[in-house]
Design a protein around this ligand. Sequence first.
Ligand code: NAP
Length: 353
Amino acid sequence: MNQPISTSHPVLVTGATGYVAGWLVKELLEAGVTVNAAVRDPGNAAKLRHLREIADRSPGTLRFFEADLLKPGSYAAAMEDCRLVFHTASPFTTRVRNPQRELIDPALKGTRNVLETAAANAAVDRVVVTSSCAAIYTDAIDCQTAPGGTLNEEIWNTTASLSYQPYSYSKTLAEREAWRIADGQNRFRLVAVNPSLVIGPALNPDPTSESFNIVRQMGNGTMRLGAPKLGIGAVDVRDLARAHVAAGFAPHAQGRYIVSGHNTNILELGKTLVEKFGDAYPVPRKSVPKPMVWLLGPLMSGISRRFVTNNVDVKWRADNSRSKRDLAMTYRPLKMSMEDMFQQMIDTGAFGK
Ligand code: NAP
């Protein structure tokens, strides 16, 4: 990424402990930026160690601030003097009991909290929100009604709800709220980054992002008999960090950006692991027939039949050309991302070996 990075002002990163944010903080510190890292618990040394270690090896400076998405005003101190805010914090999990409390409230109220603080801060002139392709679509079948069968940045998710794919609903509500607030003020420019499924190694120890739950199933035997051809997009976490940096610093960056390297499916992701890991791990090699997933999915992995119908054996396609044009994005091969991620999961005992 050749984007010149300004080091004149500190940059706020919300959710700095997260999987996606870790690589972004690294890029910024290596470029010499002072990073104001907003975290829930600055006293949790184990959770922050990886960031401190990166800072120790980098020309930039790292400062921690305590903030919570659900505490109004709690990002104000971390935002002081910042011209640029990266808002990445938002829960990414599909295992929730109370989707309103665990997903919607932190995503929506948190976005309102961060962006209203930015709108009241005279220094901030750009906010980059980590949204998601989940704010564009719910099911792979939605691609079929998109122009040319391909998702683009004009499209909004209209089918997720509190009871169906609530994570996607949380991201849709949060990004809509971000644009509502941005459109009602004239201090900062909003740029939304909309990644597909993020893959690749983590910098944070014990990553809890849902990305790892999916890949864990490829190594722990869950997908021994095969994987569904469930249409999704995928992007490497290191490429996504570069996209954020460009969204933050490129003078012409504006609007939404689909950041997705590959139109793919779960089986194809799993098959990238066969060559290197297939002898030692029960990685998926063939597809599980849709009727079987339809029958057993709800019992074995809690996915609904509606989800199976709308996603398994359905092609997913998104147009990443805006990201290539405006953010100078290039995307590394799927196999490289998956191998690096899987190797790290082996090294950290994620498969119990
Ligand atoms: P992650 O590792 O779980 O990171 C989530 C971050 O949000 C953590 O830093 C977490 O802080 C923070 N957070 C959650 N609830 C919070 C609260 N109430 N107050 C303050 N901070 C809170 O997940 P990720 O994959 O990096 O996700 C980062 C962003 O990327 C999210 O906006 C997600 O929707 C988006 N995204 C991810 C993917 C993907 O495939 N991973 C795809 C598209 C978009 P704690 O460490 O304190 O829990």
